[in-house]
Structure formats: structure tokens, C-alpha cells
Design a binder for this molecule. Structure first.
Ligand code: AN7
Length: 399
């Protein structure tokens, strides 16, 4: 076996064809690890389609598993006007269901079907449920989603409905919904698809592969942090490339949280190792409205090992960032992704990221995910009779 599943607390080892989402010890998170990294070079991948499975040697799903895919990954890397001279935006909103979650879901769904799961379950602030529902539909699995009632953006909810998910709204926040999902999975009722599932991480790490293959290793990678699965996945993947000799240095990571849900940014600022979790997280960026990031230990380690930072941004900074990206660059992202851009701007203003540094900022989700926030920005808008349009426009143009 080329790879195994390890518990990062008790060290227990499981085979990759075991149905392990959480280690039975109940303390640690499970992680897929190579016993020995496969021998690959950039030439191994050359000539293949862009996307998650371009890097299949580095995604050790059981060899006889049939892959469940919607063509995820291979998203555009777009040069921005600022805030540094070399800022590129990785537009994960261009994934099949409009967020980065599809990268993890193609792998986790592949394994779910291979293991003979019939139902899949997740708790979600929205994007995980939208993605899981689509991939479950494709694989013929029953999707059950647990949502914090009233706090999921309309676009994400619409996707879950369209794909036929069974929707369970709970009176509570995401962290409580996740606890419930873990219990459903522990009862053996459904296979858990949250980022606790180590296969989700194996897919999500490919965003880093694409970034470094396309632009070389940047000085910084900036991304939003909620439950902290994505930043952990990014770092895991980059370290694998480094160990395999495919890259010669590692970037610094900047994890951005929303001020009302920023346990990691606050712990980092105060120089403490253990974050103080937030019982009532609140932010306009509902995707990252998470008070107890399950992968907080890994995220802390990733940021420290990389020589990076955590930073927080206010809702106002998030909305300004969303508008700026949309109006200066033509890129529409959802509020959580705008948080990363706003955080980058802040870190440049603070002098932590230099104006000459090469930066990749990951825009995790599409603006249409949250149409209500997108439509809340001010813009000139009129309601007139058809006959009055020309006169109105003449007045506007001559202003
Ligand atoms: C657009 O869908 O947690 O730090 O349940 O949707 O890996 O949690 C979404 C998270 C960033 C944070 N950007 O990623 C869910 C969910 C967007 C997101 C994050 C999410 P993690």
C-alpha cells in the first residue's frame, strides 16, 4: 500500500480502503499519508488536462475506485492591478458548483462510492452542502445536509434544493450542526463529507499544485479561513511537493478571518497557542461564520511553519473588498473570498507583505453564491417609463 490513514493524535494507522473518517480514539483528525512519496516530476503531469486529477499520482485513492468528477479544478489565475506589483487571484468560483469545495468533493465522493456508502452527510455554512449534493447526485448517493437555520446564502441553498438534498435546518450555528453531523456518521447512518474527512483534504491540496505550476512559488498565498480545512490542505500539498523535490522553497501563508469569527487571528495576535473559541460567531461572510475551527491545530502549525500570519478583517472591509474586486477587476466573489482580498490589502498597508512580493490570493467562491449581498452594493439605478429612457440617459451622460 502506497499510503495509509493516520490519526494525528494517537498515531493509529488504518488502511486506505477502511471506512475511517475519524479515528476511533475520538481525539485526533485522520490524515492520508504516503508511506513513500511517488516518484513524480512536473513532466509527469504535462500534457494532461488541468484540474484535480492532473495530479492523480499524488491523490492515493484506492486504484480500483472509479472516479466521480465534474471537471473540477483548473481554475483561472488572474493577474490583478494590485495591491502588490505581482498579485494573482486564483478564481475558485469557476469550479463546477462555484466554490473550491468541488476539489475535495470529487475525491471524497470517489472514496464514498468505493466504500459502498449509500448516504452522505455534512454540516455546512452553504458551499459544502451545495458541492456535496451535486457530487452525490452524480454518484447515486443520498445527500443529507445539516444547516444553521437562516444563515445560509440563497445561491448555496438553491443548489442544494436543485440537486435534491434532504435539508435539515437546526436552530444553532455551524459548529453545532457539525457536532450533529459527526453523530449521524458515528451511528453509521451516513458517510461524513466535512473536511474532517481526510479525502476532502487530498483533493483540496491541488489548488496549491496549480498555483505553483502556473506562476512558480509565490512569496505569499493568502486565503480565507473558516473551519481551517483548506489552509491545512494547501500546506499539506505544498510540503509534499517540497519533499518530492518539485519545488525548492515554500510560500508564506496568510490566513484571513472575519472579525466576528476570528479565534485563530486573535490567538495569533496575542501570541497564544490555544485559541479562545467564539460561541456566537457573526459576520456578513456567512461561509466563514465559524467559531470553533475543527482543523485549528493544523492551521496554526501551517501558518507558523511557513513564517506566515493570521489577520482579521471587519465586515466593512470585506464589503469594500468585494466591491473593489468587482469594479476594478471585473471579478465577482462571495464575501468570504472578498475577506482574503481585503486581508491582503490590509497586510500590504501594514507593511507585512511587501509591494514587490509575488502573491496568490485564493478567491474561494463565486459572487452568485450570495446574491443578496451582491445586490446590496450601491449603484445608479432608475425606474422610468420606456419613453423617458433616452432623456434620462442624455442627462446622465452629460453630467
Ligand atoms: C467560500 O461550506 O465551511 O477554512 O460548510 O465556503 O476550509 O472551512 C465553507 C467554508 C472559505 C473556509 N471560503 O474554508 C461550508 C464551509 C468559502 C467557504 C471557506 C468556506 P475552510
Amino acid at each position: 500500500m502506497r499510503a495509509s490513514i493516520y490519526c494525528d493524535e494517537c498515531g493509529t494507522v488504518h488502511e486506505i480502503n477502511e471506512k475511517i473518517v475519524m479515528c476511533p480514539c475520538g481525539k485526533g483528525l485522520a490524515e492520508v499519508r504516503f508511506d513513500e512519496l511517488p516518484k513524480v516530476s512536473w513532466d509527469t503531469f504535462k500534457g494532461r488536462h488541468w484540474g484535480v486529477w492532473r495530479y492523480r499520482e499524488l491523490i492515493p485513492v484506492p486504484t480500483d475506485a472509479g472516479i466521480v468528477s465534474l471537471g473540477e479544478g483548473g481554475t483561472p489565475l488572474i493577474k490583478l492591478r494590485g495591491p502588490t506589483r505581482h498579485t494573482f487571484l486564483k478564481f475558485e468560483g469557476a469550479n463546477p458548483t462555484g466554490s473550491f469545495k468541488d476539489r475535495g468533493m470529487t475525491v471524497a465522493t470517489t472514496v464514498a462510492r468505493y466504500l459502498g456508502a449509500r448516504a452522505v452527510v455534512c454540516a455546512s455554512t452553504g458551499n459544502t452542502s451545495a458541492s456535496m449534493s451535486a457530487y452525490a447526485a452524480r454518484a447515486g448517493l443520498k445527500p443529507i445536509i445539516i444547516l444553521p437555520e437562516g444563515k445560509v446564502a440563497k445561491g448555496k441553498l438553491a443548489q442544494a434544493v436543485l440537486h435534491g438534498a434532504t435539508i435539515i435546518n437546526v436552530k444553532g450555528n455551524f459548529d453545532q450542526a457539525l457536532e450533529a453531523a459527526v453523530k449521524v456518521s458515528a451511528e453509521g447512518l451516513a458517510y461524513l463529507m466535512n473536511s474532517i474527512n481526510p479525502w476532502r483534504i487530498e483533493g483540496q491540496k491541488t489548488v496549491g499544485f496549480e498555483i505553483v505550476e502556473e506562476m512558480g512559488v509565490p512569496d505569499w498565498i493568502v486565503l480565507p479561513v473558516g473551519n481551517a480545512g483548506n489552509i491545512s490542505a494547501l500546506w499539506k500539498g505544498l510540503k509534499e511537493l517540497y519533499t518530492a523535490g518539485l519545488i525548492e522553497q515554500l510560500p508564506r501563508l496568510a490566513g484571513i478571518q472575519a472579525s466576528g469569527a476570528a479565534p485563530l487571528a486573535k490567538a495569533f495576535k496575542h501570541g497564544v497557542e490555544e485559541p479562545e473559541f467564539v460561541d456566537k460567531p457573526e459576520t456578513v461572510a456567512t461561509a466563514i461564520r465559524i467559531g470553533r475551527p475543527v482543523s485549528w491545530k493544523r492551521a496554526m502549525r501551517a501558518v507558523r511553519e511557513s513564517g506566515g500570519v493570521f489577520e482579521e478583517v471587519s465586515d466593512e472591509e470585506i464589503l469594500n473588498g468585494q466591491r473593489e474586486l468587482a469594479r476594478n477587476e471585473g471579478i465577482g466573489v462571495e464575501p468570504a473570498s472578498a475577506a482574503a482580498y481585503a486581508g491582503l490589502r490590509k497586510l500590504v498597508d501594514e507593511g507585512i507583505i511587501g509591494k514587490d512580493e509575488r502573491v496568490a490570493v485564493i478567491a474561494t467562491g463565486h459572487a452568485l453564491k450570495d446574491p443578496e449581498v451582491a445586490a446590496s452594493h450601491p449603484t445608479p439605478s432608475f425606474s422610468v417609463r420606456p419613453a423617458d429612457v433616452v432623456t434620462l440617459v442624455m442627462g446622465l451622460i452629460s453630467d
